[in-house]
Design a binder for this molecule. Structure first.
Ligand code: 13P
Ligand code: SF4
Length: 311
């Protein structure tokens, strides 16, 4: 038996022993996706984390995703293979800066919508959470008489404004991976594959979104690619997505969207998790996601508001 197979067997045995569930985001490496119980987008994984009866949640994704699982499961052990797996969007909106902004603009009485890619501290300050999979619906359900502040992704926010016609004030944050795709890099690959359709994540800039046939969350990309009436599809998002798509759409030619510098785009945070680290985390039940209870309780309110809306 080779080493990777040994490791996989070990992980599966530990999972049983710990009564653990392994949740993996679509951007994880292929070997992690293949060992996971569920692979999905942030929205799907948040629902699965809430529903699980396992004692331990091994979250293979980035910190805000594992923290979301902890917010709805305070009594469970939530482990993240690498605690340094952060997110540039989360970093772009520190809770103390948002709090200071809201205090300085108290007269506006903002309805605050936070993209799930943020810290528990930011979630605790907002009215409702959204993901890329439900942002349009969440904004459409926002009180019509209150100005909206959308944090922390200015690109997702701009896309939602285009979709809903609702004006919002946008926090100036972005995903360092998705802003690497440019109009030039996508135009070039389209010239190479003239019959291809283009699907892009809404964290891309408007210049890139305008070249796409469809803009959607990572989970919706799976349905889009399955149903696309063509063979060639250019996928403009993080490279891990290609593994899931190639497995689920074997009849399609799935082409990674390039940046100006590389043939595809990797999120360095997502790629910090490895099979070895997952195995070690299941052995030691460390590193664990922990939260101050007062913040967790406040963050749970807008998160459940999103999950309970079933939208
Ligand atoms: P999804 O919610 O579409 O999975 O996206 C999460 C993310 O981090 C995108 O960069
Ligand atoms: Fe954050 Fe971007 Fe990585 Fe997604 S791809 S986790 S938004 S840095």
């Amino acid at each position: 038996m080779n080493a990777a197979l040994d490791l996989k067997e070990e992980i599966l045995a530990l999972k049983k022993q710990r009564n653990a569930v392994i949740l993996a985001h679509n951007y994880q490496t292929g070997d992690i996706q293949d060992v996971a119980d569920h692979v999905g987008d942030s929205l799907g994984l948040a629902y699965l984390a809430k529903a699980t009866e396992a004692d331990v949640i091994a979250f293979c994704g980035v910190h805000f995703m594992a923290e979301t699982a902890k917010i709805v499961n305070p009594g469970k052990i939530v482990i993240l293979p690498d605690m340094d797996a952060g997110c540039s969007l989360e970093q772009s909106c520190p809770a103390d800066q948002l709090e200071a902004f809201l205090t300085a603009n108290a007269e506006k009485n903002y309805y605050v919508i936070a993209y799930i890619n943020c810290s528990g501290g930011v979630k605790a300050l907002c009215d409702v959470i959204c993901t890329s999979g439900n942002a349009v619906k969440i904004v459409n359900h926002a009180p019509p008489d209150r100005p909206i502040l959308f944090v922390p992704d200015e690109n997702l926010g701009a896309w939602v404004m285009e979709q809903t016609g609702r004006k919002m004030d946008l926090w100036k944050g972005n995903c360092y991976v998705h802003v690497e795709f440019t109009r030039d890099s996508i135009r070039k690959i389209k010239l190479e594959y003239p019959d291809a359709l283009v699907v892009a994540h809404p964290e891309c800039t408007q210049a890139v979104r305008l070249l796409a046939d469809e803009v959607c969350s990572t989970e919706k990309m799976v349905t889009y690619c399955k149903n696309a009436p063509v063979r060639d599809i250019i996928v403009v998002t993080e490279s891990g997505m290609l593994h899931r798509l190639r497995k689920e759409c074997p009849d399609k030619n799935l082409i990674a969207g390039p940046t100006d510098r590389c043939a595809c785009a990797d999120c360095r945070y997502m790629k910090m998790n490895t099979l070895q680290k997952l195995r070690d985390a299941l052995v030691t039940l460390q590193p664990r996601v922990e939260m101050e209870e007062s913040i967790r309780k406040r963050a749970e309110i807008p998160l459940l508001r999103m999950l309970d809306q079933s939208i």
